[in-house]
Write a protein that binds this ligand. Sequence first.
Ligand code: HEC
Length: 158
Amino acid sequence: MSPIRIFLTLASIIITFAVLIHIMTNAFVTTSSDPTVSAFDLSRPRSPSDARAIKNPIPRSGDAISNGKALYEGKGNCFVCHGMGGHGDGEAGVMLSPPPRNFTDIQFQRLRTDGELFWTIKYGIPDTAMFAFIPRHLTEEEAWMIIHYIRTLGQETP
Ligand code: HEC
């Protein structure tokens, strides 16, 4: 074999490997659940699938909504991150990654059931600033009233 032939053979082997490695790493990136991508993705549920079916035991009423509002803006301190209007722009929320949920987002309101909201208020969302509020900061009943209030925030167009 001439030196040129040896060189060309080696070069083609190296190029083939480089292409293969490139394809494989790309495949890994797109198929894995990369947390920096999915953290912001609203379509990724923040609670286990059985949370969807949990029903709000408190009937929707003017009283439940106004109690929920008072808790959101008071004892529960939700406004600190989620903002007074629920836009996710509270004073402590603007620097967070992922950012606090924008409750006026119609997509969010459509995607999530009351049970899912309840689950996240009760247990928090791992690896985010959304911590568990029950039983330390709120009772279950209080959380359900806050959920009635959060539902009113999605009725305006964002
Ligand atoms: C310290 C900041 C902080 C406070 C206080 C806070 N949250 Fe959150 N909350 C977050 C962040 C950040 C997210 C978004 C996490 C994510 O994208 O997964 C979030 C997400 C949520 C969600 C969306 C869950 C979903 O399924 O998408 C709900 C509902 C929620 N919070 C309710 C509340 C309620 C109710 C209170 C008050 C009792 C509250 N939060 C207080 C930071 C906070």
